[in-house]
Design a binder for this molecule. Structure first.
Ligand code: ADP
Length: 457
């Protein structure tokens, strides 16, 4: 009996112990499972957060319509591109896919369809993908949107440019061809020597026009590719002296129209960094226009001066002037206000486009102020050499040089200046004291002795 009681008692004790152990183990397992679930949840929330962050930061518009055709996801870029985003996919197709054929492509069963949308003056590329999720009986749809306005504009400009070039080349070529044909066929035998000379001169003039056009096109293409930067020879130039020399050189061209041309240096003019040939081209172009579009017995005044760190040249005429509407376009390639008048003057509408690009290459600006029948005033401003050296010094200390020929020339002169002042030209670690010494010296460079001179009157 005792044995039975002992066995029972030990059984009870063992059971109680086992129950305790199991209870603890179950508790432990449950805690472990709860922890795993919490970690999974955390990871899912993190992934969702990351996906949202990526979607909101990309510039591709994304919309997701679920298998019930309801808008489930839309990112910032999509809202910026489309003013109104319907909640329902079918409404979305009605609104954005009807005219461009996107809706019919999807209704015909295509799993991917694309089209171009015109929205508020912008061009948007829209692509829609139909996707089938696991265990779903209907398709969900992902719409992607990208702004392609700039690409379309560039493509249009490229086509216009090619057609303008062909047209401009064809005009003198037609003259050359017809004059030479008639000379070969019968002109040499039948025309008088003076008439033959006139025809050959016409052929010669038009071939010069073609040559000029090709030179201009070549220059524009090297400006587009920025390959001109390599051939620039930038140095600190005596701006006022150069402009005076150009005005003197061009006095002869004013004689045919009896135009009076004068040059006024109205303040002290510090040097500028520029390529001599290109600076010459800019000013010659503006003065040639002032002569071409100036009136008979008119007046051209060229002013050179210095204003708040900028050096300027202003070419003022009292010719036909330019309307406000035309002023918005004259710097565009091939734009001519009066086609026949411009052609008659040998103009091809490229001069001011080239001038503007050359000015910008020298980190300058160009502006026009004009009144119809009263005359025009073109002003070009360039940073003074000291200003350029100052901005280059900051670049060298903080981000490194921008690699332009102007910055290279300014860096060379900064190194020389530092050497003269006994400063070690280690720009990234330049002390505050050395920086202030250099800046003070640059400030002095802008304060040359004032000179006020006039020529050509
Ligand atoms: P173009 O070679 O035809 O002269 P530009 O690019 O130099 O071409 O000038 C564009 C147009 O701007 C010209 O067709 C002309 O009508 C107008 N324009 C330029 N300069 C002047 C000026 N000083 N006065 C009046 N019109 C001007």
């Amino acid at each position: 009996m005792d044995i039975v009681i002992a066995v029972l008692a030990s059984f009870v004790v063992v059971s109680i112990l086992a129950w305790f152990l199991c209870k603890n183990e179950i508790k432990h397992l449950r805690r472990q499972m709860e922890q795993e679930v919490a970690e999974k949840n955390q990871s899912l929330t993190r992934q969702e957060g990351q996906a949202k962050m990526i979607l909101s930061s990309i510039d591709l518009g994304v919309l997701y319509y679920d298998h019930k055709d309801q808008l489930a996801i839309s990112n910032n870029a999509a809202h910026e591109l489309l003013t109104d985003i319907p909640q329902d996919f079918l409404q979305f197709l009605d609104r954005y896919g009807e005219e461009n054929g996107l809706r019919s492509q999807l209704f015909l069963g295509k799993s991917a369809a694309d089209a171009i949308l015109r929205e508020g003056g912008n061009m948007i590329y829209l692509k829609v993908l139909a996707v089938r999720e696991q265990q779903s009986t209907a398709d969900s749809h992902i719409a992607m949107l990208r702004d392609v306005t700039r690409q379309f504009g560039e493509e249009r400009q490229r086509k216009e440019f090619v057609s303008n070039v062909s047209h401009e080349l064809r005009t003198p070529l037609t003259t050359i061809k017809s004059y030479s044909e008639s000379l070969i066929d019968w002109g040499i035998a039948e025309k008088s020597p003076s008439q033959i000379k006139k025809d050959v001169s016409k052929i010669y003039d038009d071939s010069i026009l073609m040559e000029k056009l090709i030179d201009d096109l070549y220059l524009l293409s090297s400006l587009d590719e920025n390959s001109i930067n390599r051939s620039l020879h930038v140095e600190a130039l005596d701006f006022a002296r150069l402009i005076k020399l150009i005005v003197e050189r061009m006095q002869d061209q004013t004689k045919a129209k009896k135009i009076r041309m004068s040059c006024h240096v109205v303040s002290q003019v510090p040097p500028v960094y520029a390529d001599r040939t290109q600076l010459d081209r800019i000013v010659v172009n503006l003065i040639s226009n002032a002569i071409k579009y100036g009136r008979e017995m008119g007046e051209i005044q060229v002013y050179v001066g210095f204003l708040r760190d900028e050096v300027y040249v202003k070419v003022k005429d009292n010719g036909c002037g330019i309307s406000e509407e035309d002023q918005k376009h004259i710097f565009e390639r091939f734009y001519r206000v009066d086609d026949s008048r411009s052609r008659h003057n040998g103009g091809r509408g490229l001069g001011l486009a080239i001038v503007r690009e050359l000015v910008e290459l020298h980190q300058g600006t160009i502006s026009v102020s004009s009144t119809l029948t009263r005359g025009s005033e073109f002003t070009v401003m360039f940073p003074s050499a000291a200003k350029m050296m100052r901005s280059t010094l900051f670049d060298l200390m903080h981000n490194g040089s921008d690699g332009s020929r102007l910055a290279e020339a300014a860096t060379r002169d900064l190194e020389e200046l530092a050497h003269r002042l006994g400063i070690v030209a280690k720009w990234a670690s330049l002390s505050e004291e050395d920086k202030h010494t250099l800046l003070a010296k640059l400030e002095q460079m802008n304060k040359l002795k004032a000179t006020t001179t006039s020529t050509g009157e």
